[in-house]
Design a protein around this ligand. Structure first.
Ligand code: S5P
Length: 257
């Protein structure tokens, strides 16, 4: 019995051009892997992007941990993204009032809106946060993920928060392209579900991070895209390990078709 729609079918249902594009990349490159490149120097990040580029649909970064961030870096990253056909996700986790997030998104040294295809925000402040981000993002075709749940031990996200988040997304379909969470919030196939906290073996780190396997995330929790950081970036051979995660993720998806 077939449990899910294919990425190709989902691409055809999407209104948002960015969602369509991401599902298209996932179908074409046969990957539902997003690598989290959490490193502190631009050259290292660009090297990871080159290495894992062929295996990913999305590269997630934290620009604010780069010690030598400069205005040439986003251009270089965009070139690698174009070459290997993936999209760039700045995991800024905006969480302030609309006016402030608008400035954080467009100003400062990072000018995130100029280069990040995807950003994310906490829905906690209410609709104003999306209205602020939208003012800058929509005209550039950007998309935003809502953080519905977190992967960390003892997090304070209340039980009813995911439902409220789904409702929120429904009212901002021109900008919200999906969710970050530990399980699928709503069956709607036009939103993409990203799940962080992934390793090939279930484990945890010393600061509260909790890991589940790609198979568990995709087959039991409804993840579309798995986010893998240190499982790949700390491996002896990040390229071979990325290929391994890609296969684990895509096989788990294929088995549901
Ligand atoms: O709930 C969350 C949400 C996010 S976006 N838990 C997370 O771990 N993340 C991010 O995913 C986190 O900021 C990091 O960049 C990545 C997980 O990295 P790893 O090294 O633990 O795989």
């Amino acid at each position: 019995e077939r449990k899910i729609l294919s990425f190709k079918e989902r691409a055809s249902l999407c209104q948002h051009p960015l969602t369509k594009r991401i599902f298209g990349i996932m179908e074409e490159k046969k990957t539902n892997l997003c690598v989290a490149a959490d490193v502190t120097f631009c050259a290292k990040l660009l090297e990871i992007a080159e290495t894992v580029g062929p295996h990913i649909c999305v590269l997630k970064i934290h620009a604010d941990i780069l010690e030598d961030f400069n205005s040439e870096f986003p251009e270089k990253l965009k070139d690698v993204a174009k070459k290997h056909n993936f999209v760039i996700f700045e995991d800024r986790k905006f969480a302030d009032i609309g006016h402030t997030v608008y400035m954080q998104y467009t100003k400062g040294i990072h000018t995130i809106v100029e280069w990040a295809d995807i950003i994310d925000c906490h829905p906690l402040p209410g609709p104003g946060i999306l209205e602020g981000l939208k003012q800058a993002g929509i005209k550039k075709g950007r998309g935003c993920l809502l953080i519905a749940q977190m992967s960390t031990k003892g997090n304070l996200v209340p039980a009813n928060y995911p439902e409220a988040t789904a409702h929120f997304a429904d009212h901002h379909r021109d900008f919200v392209i999906g969710f970050i969470g530990q399980s699928r919030l709503i069956p709607d196939p036009t939103f993409i579900n990203f799940t962080p906290g992934i390793k090939l073996e279930e484990s945890s780190d010393s600061l509260g991070q909790q890991y589940v396997t790609p198979q568990e995330a995709i087959q039991n929790r409804g993840a579309d895209v798995i986010i893998v950081g240190r499982g790949i970036t700390d491996a002896n051979d990040p390229q071979a390990t990325a290929a391994e995660y890609k296969k684990a993720g895509f096989d788990a998806y294929s088995q549901l078709l």
